[in-house]
Design a protein around this ligand. Structure first.
Ligand code: HEM
Length: 497
């Protein structure tokens, strides 16, 4: 039954004009759509309705509405839109895009067993050891910052998940992890909305003139497929043959359970392969982008660096690196992590949710199957919640020397909502805290320099896409002092796993 018959006189939320057949397709912003949607929210209110070829979509623009619809009514708003792009991009294994149902639930449950807050301290030693390696590499090759951050996040997740060591930043595994989300990068946010209505794209043969998108996707599937099998098999090998290595990897633990004769081993192994792969691929790109955003932000805001370093000097002192136990005392540093998540928002429109049944929000009718897009970026950059939102200012989260609970916490927005909230958020938080604390403790970060040694002014812009990166994050990184340099080298030697 058409939704108009089910609405019983209730109207859908306001939004741009809808034409016969195409609906509001021409109004869907095609470039960095979070900005166009922000303008629509300003015009129509905190909820905007669009319809593309008969498929309904709402954009939400306030934390209250997101809380009401995606948190409180999560039982009805945790589905995903069905689009052929997910398989085309090699992401069918990725439970972030699975429909709400038993298969997704089984994946999420198995994943959560290893990434819930109670497990986090088991990963501290890996975080420490890899961060120390990263600091040494950054000292030796500061111009390779991007590659070193890719190495850093890949090395942490590969070790925790599979027990695999990545020693060198030139290791091809770093490239494969980086490229395993290539398909998703190609799936821009706009295509995510529009191409679900053109399922025929998946049937265009690759040799067909103009089918280059299809060919790009085929290339994008190669690293994604690799990540699904090769590291898992290697992790199994490590778990069964290694005597003194890190034998408590996620794979090692999962394999122990698969041997349970009561369990459905083949099904369990399938899920285990899927969730270990997403732990590495889903965790690396998002964390990488946030860390790159942090480097850029600090290079543009020297006063923030000075304040964070003063706090680190007072709490940690010059003779050791910061550690997890220091966290409670590092108020400004914790605020810097929050500001990094806010200022450079890596998933600006979150991951689109979808309603299962008809619903109502603010008196408006919301049909079953409505795509729900939280415009997280618009909230993070709304002066109503954050004064001067373009400035990188951790002080906005602090009152009377403590984190201010009255200020909207970016952690509550950046990692999504309801039953779909990012289950890797506690793990991401570990990496962000230790990386940011250690980098600021031993390095000075500044703007890039031209041939004459003059600073080059970089203007922050993010790329376009579903998952975004800072467009230009060139900066200079140098040790704060000779003492900091010897601290880096000394701590790497003691960074045993
Ligand atoms: C700064 C780092 C990260 C950010 C900003 C981030 C953000 C997000 C967002 C916005 C979602 C969608 C939530 C929703 O649908 O409402 C998500 C889902 C997900 N994330 Fe993360 N994430 C990060 C790190 C990680 C890490 C480290 C892992 C793995 C260890 C991970 C694994 C996942 C998975 C598996 C899902 C799918 C959840 C589901 O659909 O049930 N993420 N993340």
């Amino acid at each position: 039954m058409k939704w108009r018959a089910r609405a019983r006189g209730r109207s859908v939320p306001p939004g741009p004009r809808r034409f016969p057949v195409i609906g509001s397709m021409l109004s869907v912003p095609t470039w960095k759509p979070w900005k166009g949607f922000r303008d629509m929210l300003a015009k129509y209110g905190d909820i905007v309705y669009l319809e593309v070829l008969g498929a309904p979509m709402v954009v939400l623009g306030s934390p209250e509405l997101i809380d009401e619809f995606l948190e409180k009514r999560s039982a009805n708003t945790s589905d995903r839109i069905k689009t052929p792009l997910i398989s085309l991009a090699g992401q069918a294994y990725n439970f972030a895009f699975m429909p709400y149902g038993q298969w997704w639930r089984d994946h999420r449950r198995m994943f959560w067993q290893h990434f819930n807050p109670g497990r986090m301290s088991e990963y501290w030693h890996v975080e420490r050891a890899v961060t120390r390696k990263f600091l040494v590499k950054l000292l030796e090759k500061p111009t390779a910052l991007k590659r070193l951050v890719q190495f850093h996040v890949a090395a942490i997740t590969m070790k925790v998940t599979y027990g695999i060591d990545i020693e060198d930043h030139e290791d091809e595994l770093v490239t494969i992890v980086d490229e395993s989300f290539m398909g998703l990068r190609l799936v821009t946010a706009t295509m995510q909305f529009l191409l679900q209505h053109f399922p025929f794209v998946q049937h265009v043969p690759p040799w067909f003139p103009g089918a280059s998108f299809h060919q790009l996707m085929a290339r994008a599937r190669v690293p994604a497929d690799f990540m699904l099998d090769v590291p898992f098999n290697q992790g199994r090998e490590i778990a069964t043959t290694s005597t003194n290595d890190y034998s408590n990897s996620v794979v090692a633990q999962l394999l122990g359970k698969l041997e349970d004769p009561q369990g459905d081993a083949a099904r369990q192994e399938h899920i285990a392969r899927d969730i270990t792969s997403i732990a590495v691929t889903g965790g690396s790109d998002t964390t990488y982008s946030t860390i790159m955003g942090f480097f850029l932000a600090i290079s543009l805001h020297p006063q923030v660096m000075a304040k964070a370093q003063a706090e680190l000097d007072a709490v940690v002192g010059p003779d050791r690196l910061p550690d997890f136990d220091d966290r409670d005392a590092l108020v400004y540093l914790n605020a810097t992590v929050k500001e990094a998540l806010r200022w450079h928002n890596v998933v600006p429109l979150g991951v689109t949710h979808c309603t299962v049944n008809d619903d109502e929000l603010c008196g408006y009718f919301i049909p079953a199957g409505t795509a729900v897009v939280p415009n997280v970026w618009a909230i993070m950059h709304n002066p109503q919640y954050y004064t001067d939102p373009g400035a990188f200012d951790p002080d906005r989260f602090i009152r009377n020397g403590k984190l201010d609970p009255e200020v909207l916490d970016p952690m509550k927005l950046a990692f999504g909502h309801g039953r779909r909230i990012c289950p890797g958020r506690h793990f991401a938080d570990l990496s962000l805290f230790l990386t940011i604390a250690c980098v600021l403790h031993v390095f000075d970060i500044g703007p890039p320099l031209d041939g004459q040694g003059h600073p080059i002014k970089i203007q922050y812009e993010s790329t376009h896409g579903f998952l975004v990166y800072p467009e230009d994050c060139r900066c200079t990184v140098k040790p704060r002092s000779a003492r900091a340099e010897s601290l880096i080298r000394g701590s790497a030697e003691s960074g045993v796993l």
